[in-house]
Design a protein around this ligand. Structure first.
Ligand SMILES: [Zn+2]
Length: 264
C-alpha cells in the first residue's frame, strides 16, 4: 500500500467520523449547547484543517516509514520475539494507547506542555469538533512520541494503521455529544472510554480534570489510579477557569494562547 492510500484512509476516517457523530449530535443531543455551536465549529475546524493537512498527514507518512524501516531491519521489541502477526497488531494498539495515556498526563503536568494542551480544554462545550481543537505546538511533539514508540516496539505498518484508525474513532467518540443510554456507558466504560468518562476530564474543576486521561482503553486510568466515576454528568461545567469568555476564544486567540500568561 502506498502512503497516499494510508493518507486517504486517515482523511476518510476523520471526515466520516466527524460527519457521523455530528448527525447524531443534531438528532439526539446530549444536552443544550451553552454557547453557539456554529462559532465553536468555525474555530475548531480552522485549527483542525491546519493540523490535518500540514502535520497529521506528514507525520502519518513518517510513522509508516518508521514501521517499514524497523520491520526491514528487525529493530524493536516485537522483532526480538517470535510472535504471530495478529498478536503484534493487538500489542501495537495496546502499547501505543498506553504511550498516549502517559503523554496526555504529561500535557497536564508539565507547565510548558499544558500551555498548548489548554487550547483543547478551553472549548466551552465538548462535542465531536473538540477532537479537532489542538494547537499545532501540541500535535508535533505528540507525533514525535508516537513515532518513537513505533521505533521502540518495532511495530509493523499494518499494526500502525490499525492503531491510527481505532485511535481516531475513539478520540472522536469520546468527545461526541449525543445521548447514549446509561447501560451502554456502564458496559463500555469497563474496558473503553465513553463520552461520559471524558466529559469529566473536560471539567473546569481541577480535581475532575486531572483524571480520566485514556483514549481507547479505560484500563490505564484504572491501573494507575486516575479513574474518576460517579460524577453527576449534568452538573459538569466544561472549559478552563480563566478562559470563560466566548469572545476571547476566537481562532486567533487560540493560536496565540500558549504564549499568554499561564493559567492552571
Ligand atoms: Zn486533557
Amino acid at each position: 500500500m502506498s502512503e497516499t492510500y494510508y493518507n486517504m484512509i486517515k482523511i476518510g476516517m476523520i471526515s466520516g467520523g466527524v460527519v457521523l457523530f455530528l448527525i447524531l449530535e443534531l438528532i439526539v443531543p446530549y444536552r443544550e449547547n451553552s454557547v453557539s455551536k456554529f462559532r465553536r465549529w468555525l474555530n475548531n475546524l480552522g485549527l483542525g484543517i491546519v493540523n490535518i493537512t500540514i502535520i497529521q498527514l506528514g507525520f502519518l507518512t513518517l510513522m509508516i516509514s518508521t514501521s517499514v524501516y524497523v520491520s526491514d531491519k528487525q529493530i524493536g521489541l516485537f522483532n526480538l520475539m517470535q510472535i504471530p502477526d495478529w498478536l503484534k497488531i493487538i500489542d501495537t494498539i495496546i502499547l501505543m494507547d498506553l504511550a498516549m495515556y502517559f503523554w496526555h498526563i504529561m500535557t497536564h503536568r508539565v507547565p510548558l506542555l499544558w500551555r498548548f494542551h489548554r487550547v483543547h480544554h478551553t472549548d466551552l462545550d465538548m462535542d465531536v469538533s473538540t477532537t479537532l481543537r489542538y494547537h499545532i505546538g501540541e500535535v508535533i511533539p505528540q507525533f514525535i512520541v508516537l513515532t518513537g514508540t513505533i521505533y521502540f516496539i518495532g511495530a509493523d505498518p499494518v499494526g500502525v494503521l490499525t492503531f491510527e484508525c481505532i485511535f481516531i474513532l475513539s478520540n472522536l467518540f469520546r468527545h461526541s455529544r449525543f445521548k447514549l443510554p446509561n447501560w451502554f456507558d456502564n458496559i463500555f466504560w469497563i474496558l473503553f472510554v465513553p463520552p461520559a468518562m471524558h466529559r469529566i476530564h473536560h471539567s473546569v474543576d481541577l480535581e475532575e480534570r486531572n483524571t480520566n486521561f485514556g483514549t481507547i482503553f479505560s484500563i490505564w486510568d484504572r491501573l494507575f489510579g486516575t479513574l474518576l466515576t460517579g460524577i453527576n454528568q449534568n452538573q459538569i461545567w466544561t472549559g478552563v477557569d480563566g478562559h470563560i469568555q466566548e469572545k476571547k476564544l476566537e481562532i486567533y486567540h487560540l493560536i496565540w494562547m500558549p504564549f499568554t500568561p499561564a493559567v492552571k
